[in-house]
Design a protein around this ligand. Structure first.
Ligand code: C2E
Ligand code: CA
Ligand code: CA
Length: 792
């Protein structure tokens, strides 16, 4: 009642309202400046403390002074200027001390600051009152005084604490209210504590209501100006700060990586990349700690970068790279965090690692990982145990590729790989070696078990599959070698499995073969031959022999067949039947055949007599070389007349690709070269071959001569038939392998055109063959069947 009575009866309410306005405005500005002081760590803090202390001091002092002027105690009022000035000084200094305390970093700093503030308000009030009470005797009520000081201190501390707990300037209204209450409560409680006993009134300087009010408004005006200056600088600073923040937000928004800005440990900015990564909206992130989602944030210093993890709003844990950077340009503890999602990079790394170890088409392990595994397995194998190595090769895969195209071939490989993977048992391993070759390994206890594994793998390979409406099935050739039985090192082990596989490929009856030392000797021998052939090419160990061909009618030499000879290091001749097939398999026949052609033409071009030469062509040459061009070039080079060159080809060359071969043969024939069909009668469709191309000569295979000796009526009939065909197609027939006079007599009787064979002459070096050729006439006329000679 005393306080209410004091306020309503002893005060000019209009001026009280003015004091209240100053108090509210000033408190709001002081709280804002307090917030600014606390968030500032740099040199500008002193400036903010100064501004805060002036604003706070002005608030407290002006509120007091205007309220005092509003006070109408019923006596003449005067003010002692010294003490009045001191009260202002105390207000400003006390506020400065309070702000400084509150901004220090220790526990309870806000409470201590608030306490200082409360004491300042009280101190200022009582000093001000001392200046006031010059012309009267003032009686103070101790309980009221104590209560006023306690209230001031409590509210001051509460205001400062509330300010600290509020996160932004906007929600610090509670602090403003508490501060206002602190000031107001102190003022009016302290005023109630006082009873004034007037002396005889004196003539004061400041008397009269009008003057008092003018002073009150003046003081309030100055106070408001001070506060306005504080508020303006605060607003300007806030604006430039928020602009800096907008700029920063703008900058981080452009980043592909997630970015967050933390000020004093809470997020004040984040880009949409981070929001997306975490899976929350911006408001859910702002004001929080980044460490709530991202691990390791707390232990990161300026410039650090670590691999860490992020837990999304949905609880998913993502691998990330986290970098921290301190923003030295900003005031306060501003950290910028960059959060990079590592999922894509890790997936890429896994993919590269996978590619390095796996076949890209089928996804099976590749040769490299197979070798690694094989090394490990053979190293760690238990004594007495056996490791079986399987070399798998698809049969007829090339056919699928040729017939249906590579895309289908690839699909087939993938399907077969899937099948293989499916049938694999625990501990077994399969890899794609390349092309249509696979390798597998399995630990087995016996040969029979290894065979069972091989059968299982075979079944997986030959299982028919349907791709693009085509039913496809490949065969399998599987070679098996056993560790440690079949080899003492890994490369031999692999090699031996391969050898066994080649044998399976060549076999008509077996498609699973185990490595056996002796059987695979043949394959080794073949490899040796290949190597030796290469060396023979390089060292010019080839020679040409010539075998005479003669007319049955005239007995004269008509030409010479060119036959290749290989002289080994000991000077022995290796027969062509031993090396031509190998040369054909390895493709070495191409350079060898070219050499034969060139060499034969060169030699024949130098002969005195223009005899023909007959050069054998391999089917491989027909298939792989632009023969018409080569022949033309060689003829040009050597100057041999085209009509003197005859090319012998066998039926096998024709049937593999009839259309292309006949086309090539026609081009050759256009050059003026003649074409002979070699080994006629040994193929299975000789007649259709004859129909396909107009051959210039038929060479009757020498097997018929051998059979002729057996006096079989059938062979006589066949020879007669062939001669008749030749006659009706007007193609001359040459009989090969004529060794006896009887054979010659029969052929002559049947109207055979030409003969070739040991009877007339063996294949011989150039010079011998030519001189022998000249003597053929004699030998032919001499040759009489045995019975004729006997009769003579
Ligand atoms: P071919 O073309 O049928 O050659 C005839 C073969 O029969 C030659 O064997 C020849 O020595 C042999 N011969 C000739 N007259 C008689 C005879 O009265 N009795 C017997 N038993 N054999 C006779 P050679 O020289 O061993 O050649 C074997 C095969 O090697 C040739 O069979 C031919 O297919 C191939 N050949 C030889 N030289 C070349 C060549 O330069 N290029 C190609 N691609 N193949 C060649
Ligand atoms: Ca021949
Ligand atoms: Ca022949």
């Amino acid at each position: 009642m005393r306080i209410v009575d004091c306020l309503t009866n002893a005060h000019n309410l209009a001026l009280v309202a003015l004091a209240a306005l100053i108090c509210v405005l000033g408190s709001w500005i002081t709280v804002s400046l307090l917030k600014r002081v606390r968030s500032t760590r740099t040199g500008t803090r002193a400036a903010w403390v100064f501004l805060g202390s002036v604003a706070g001091g002005a608030t407290v002092w002006c509120t007091h002074f205007v309220a005092m002027i509003a006070y109408e105690p019923g006596v003449q009022v005067t003010y002692e200027p010294g003490l009045t000035g001191l009260s202002l000084f105390v207000a400003i200094c006390g506020c400065g001390a309070a702000l400084l305390m509150a901004s220090l970093r220790f526990n309870g700093s806000a409470l201590v600051g608030g306490l200082v503030f409360g004491l300042t308000v009280a101190g200022m009030h009582f000093i001000g009152m001392a200046a006031f009470a010059v012309d009267a005797v003032i009686h103070w009520s101790t309980p009221y005084v104590v209560a006023s000081v306690i209230g001031s201190v409590l509210f001051g501390a509460a205001a400062f604490k509330a300010e600290k707990l509020s996160t932004t300037a906007r929600n610090s209204w509670l602090a403003v209210v508490l501060m206002v209450l602190g000031i107001v409560i102190l003022h009016f409680t302290a005023m109630s504590a006082m009873t004034i006993l007037p002396f005889v009134p004196q003539d004061g300087v400041l008397t009269g209501d009008d003057a008092r009010q003018a002073i009150a408004i003046g003081v309030a005006g100055v106070g408001l100006l001070v506060l306005g200056a504080g508020a303006a600088s605060y607003a300007l600073d806030t604006q430039s700060r928020s602009q800096a923040e907008i700029r920063l937000q703008h900058l981080i928004e452009g980043g592909v990586d997630g970015m967050a800005v933390e000020r004093d440990g809470v997020i004040v900015g984040a880009n949409s990349a981070l929001l997306k990564l975490v899976g929350v909206e911006r408001p859910a992130l702002l004001g929080q700690k980044l460490s709530r989602w991202v691990e390791d944030v707390a232990r990161l210093a300026d410039g650090d970068m670590v691999q860490s993890s992020l837990t999304t709003a949905e609880g998913e844990v993502l691998p990330i790279e986290l970098a921290a950077k301190r923003d030295h340009a900003s005031e306060g503890e501003v950290m910028i965090y960059a959060v990079r999602d590592l999922r894509a990079r890790q997936a890429q790394e896994r993919r590269i690692a996978h590619l390095a170890r796996n076949d890209s088409l089928t996804g099976l392990p590749n040769r490299a990982s197979f070798l690694e595994r094989l090394t490990r397995q053979t190293d760690t194998i238990k004594p007495g145990a056996t490791l079986a190595l399987f070399a798998l090769d698809l049969n007829r895969f090339k056919e699928v590729n040729d017939l249906y195209g590579h895309a289908v071939g690839d699909q087939l490989l993938c399907r077969i790989s899937d099948h293989l993977r499916e049938v694999l048992h625990e501990g077994e391993f399969i890899a794609r070696q390349g092309g249509d070759e696979f390798v597998a390994m399995a630990e087995v206890s016996s040969r029979a078990e290894a065979e069972a594994v091989a059968k299982r793998l075979r079944a997986a390979i030959i299982r028919p599959v349907t791709i693009e409406h085509a039913d496809l099935a490949c065969g399998a050739s599987i070679g098996v070698s056993l560790w440690p039985e079949d080899a003492d090192n890994l490369s031999t082990l692999i090699n031996n499995a391969d050898l066994a596989m080649y044998r399976a490929k060549a076999s008509l009856t077996q498609d699973i073969c185990f490595y056996e030392a002796d059987m695979d000797q043949a394959v080794r021998a073949r490899r040796r031959v290949t190597q030796a052939l290469r060396e023979a090419m390089d060292n010019q160990r080839f020679e040409l022999h010539y075998q005479v061909q003669a007319s049955v009618q005239t007995g004269k030499a008509t030409g010479y067949e060119v036959l290749l000879r290989w002289k080994d290091e000991d000077g022995r001749y290796i027969p062509p039947s031993d090396f031509i097939p190998v040369a054909e398999e390895t493709g070495l026949i191409l350079p060898i055949g070219e050499w034969v052609l060139r060499q034969a033409c060169k030699q024949a071009a130098g002969w005195a007599e223009p005899h023909k030469i007959a050069v054998n062509l391999s089917p491989v040459q027909l298939g792989h070389v632009d023969l018409p061009r080569l022949v033309q070039q060689v003829l040009q080079e050597t100057g041999l007349d085209a009509t003197r060159l005859e090319l012998e080809i066998t039926e096998t060359a024709m049937i593999s690709d009839m259309e292309r071969t006949t086309h090539v043969l026609r081009q050759l024939k256009d050059l003026g070269v003649t074409i002979a069909m070699d080994d006629f009668g040994t193929g299975y469709s000789s007649l259709s071959t004859l129909r396909a191309f107009p051959f210039d000569k038929i060479k009757l295979d020498r097997s018929f001569m051998i059979e002729l000796d057996g006096d079989l009526p059938q062979s006589q009939a066949i020879i007669r038939a062939v001669l008749t065909i030749g006659e009706s197609l007007s193609i001359p027939v040459l009989a090969e392998g004529v060794e006896t006079a009887e054979q010659l007599a029969f052929l002559r009787a049947q109207g055979c055109n030409e003969v070739q064979g040991y009877l007339l002459g063996r294949p011989q070096p150039e010079a011998d063959a030519l001189s022998n050729g000249a003597a053929v006439v004699a030998s032919l006329s001499d040759a009489q069947p045995a019975e004729v000679r006997a009769a003579a």
